[in-house]
Ligand binder design. Structure first.
Ligand code: ADP
Length: 429
């Protein structure tokens, strides 16, 4: 029997402007005994929301969460959570911080102390029992967070990006220490669910990787990692799987329900033109196809951070990412080598050919006799599909791209968007 199951888990949030956003939809997943599962997805895909629903901290709008076949109502008794940063009580020592979880469960003081000390030892905090959080490094504080979660001997350990706030070396040590406890069954935990945006981390740790799509968050694909521990990140099997998962993440989103027409296309990545141009130039300079991982590493950036830039450059057909490798297209090469004016011209062409929302704006402006429209008009259109803040962000990006392409401009004073050839109202005498 699955330890955790979600059935058609759907979570919809009511937004202040009376709209509702579906954050995750129809999530069916199960965590079996002995399984380490990772959920991978871009930020905003609803990963944390799923985990919080499993923990019983959010009530599903539709569907249900089951723990050992029993409906979870209220806080899930079988789970412990570890977050990106451990929220420790600054006035308590390491030992007291770890004991807190047991106190809440009504365990008597003597047993509390014994179990906490044992866990502190196991997690590598020996000698720090009486230290206060402020005396510890970030990595040590995170270890206290792990100890506090594990000391109650949860059947299910939920981890929400637990390593992403730490530097490379510290996170690697902690990752390996946790993996060792898990593989060697030194903790009684039956199943682990990890949330991450790092493909490499997911493939390194998990037996199964669930790739989420966003808007709304849905399961795109599940991939089994059939590589025995300890895994070699440089091995062919490992690299091949990382590439495959990358392609899945970057591939076409699964079809959404046809009930709502996709009038404005998929959301624009939050990236300004300058970043796109710089990135295309960088890719054009590479001698050959390059693994996307290596590019992120060379730039000393997290893959999740450059992902929007990659998405934008691919949307405009300047680069191609088939198979997890990245290469510049013919158009991208011309764009990279062009001078400023030519660049604008090419960008304009690609924008008109590939971004429906930009075409929509131009269509509306052309149809108005004075070729101008209050920005609110477009934002309201966007709000039928996005939250208020996302609608604002989408409009800002559209204006940035449209201005660079010399298609349309935004006049701050009149709060209107107008076709480029028009003189802004505020400049008229
Ligand atoms: P991830 O963990 O994949 O980055 P989250 O689960 O944190 O994604 O959030 C997914 C989306 O849901 C985001 O757009 C976020 O703004 C929105 N969201 C999360 N919690 C709430 C809430 N309580 N009310 C409204 N929107 C929320």
């Amino acid at each position: 029997m699955a330890i955790i199951e979600t059935k058609n888990l759907t979570i919809i949030f009511d937004m202040p402007n009376n709209t509702r956003i579906t954050v995750v939809e129809d999530i069916n997943l199960s965590l079996e005994e002995g399984e380490f599962v990772a959920i991978l997805g871009p930020s905003g895909a609803g990963k944390s929301t799923i985990v919080r629903a499993i923990a019983g901290l959010i009530k599903p709008t539709h569907g249900e969460v089951l723990y050992r076949g029993k409906l979870v109502e209220g806080v899930n008794p079988g789970v412990s959570m570890v977050f990106q940063t451990a929220a420790l009580f600054p006035w308590l020592t390491v030992l007291e911080n770890v004991e807190i979880g047991l106190k809440a469960k009504g365990i008597p003081p003597k047993e509390r102390r014994e179990r906490a000390l044992k866990m502190i030892d196991l997690i590598g905090l020996d000698g720090f029992e009486s230290a206060y959080p402020k005396e510890l490094s970030g990595g040590m504080r995170q270890r206290v967070g792990f100890a506090r979660a594990l000391v109650v001997e949860p059947e299910v350990l939920l981890m929400d990006e637990p390593f992403s706030g730490l530097d490379v070396l510290t996170s690697e040590n902690l990752r390996n220490d946790l993996l060792e406890l898990w593989i060697e069954k030194r903790i009684p935990t039956k199943t682990i669910l990890l949330i991450t945006h790092s493909i490499e981390e997911a493939v390194y740790l998990a037996d199964r990787v669930i790739v989420l799509d966003k808007n709304p968050g849905r399961i795109k694909q599940e991939i089994y990692v059939n590589i025995p521990h300890w895994r070699d990140r440089e091995s062919e099997d490992f690299l091949r799987l990382v590439d495959r998962i990358y392609s899945i993440m970057m591939g076409k989103p699964i079809a959404t329900k046809p009930s709502k027409p996709e009038r404005y296309g998929t959301p624009l990545p939050h990236v300004r033109v300058g970043a796109i141009a710089g990135f295309v130039e960088l890719v054009a300079e590479l001698e050959r196809k390059e693994d996307i991982y290596k590019i992120a590493e060379d730039l000393n950036m997290d893959l999740a951070d450059i992902q929007p830039v990659i998405e934008a450059a691919e949307l405009l057909k300047f680069i191609d990412t088939t198979g997890g490798d990245i290469s510049v297209t013919e158009m991208g090469k011309i764009f990279a080598e062009a001078d400023v004016l030519e660049k604008k011209e090419i960008f304009r062409k690609q924008l008109l050919a590939n971004v429906p929302f930009i075409q929509q704006i131009i269509q509306v402006l052309k149809n108005k006799s004075n070729h101008r429209m209050p920005i609110e008009f477009f934002i309201e259109l966007l709000e039928t599909k996005f939250s208020t803040s996302e609608a604002q962000a989408q409009m800002e990006i559209a204006i940035d791209w449209g201005r660079y392409a010399e298609l349309f401009v935004y006049d701050e004073d009149s709060k209107e968007v107008y076709l480029e050839e028009e003189v802004p109202e505020s400049e008229k005498i």
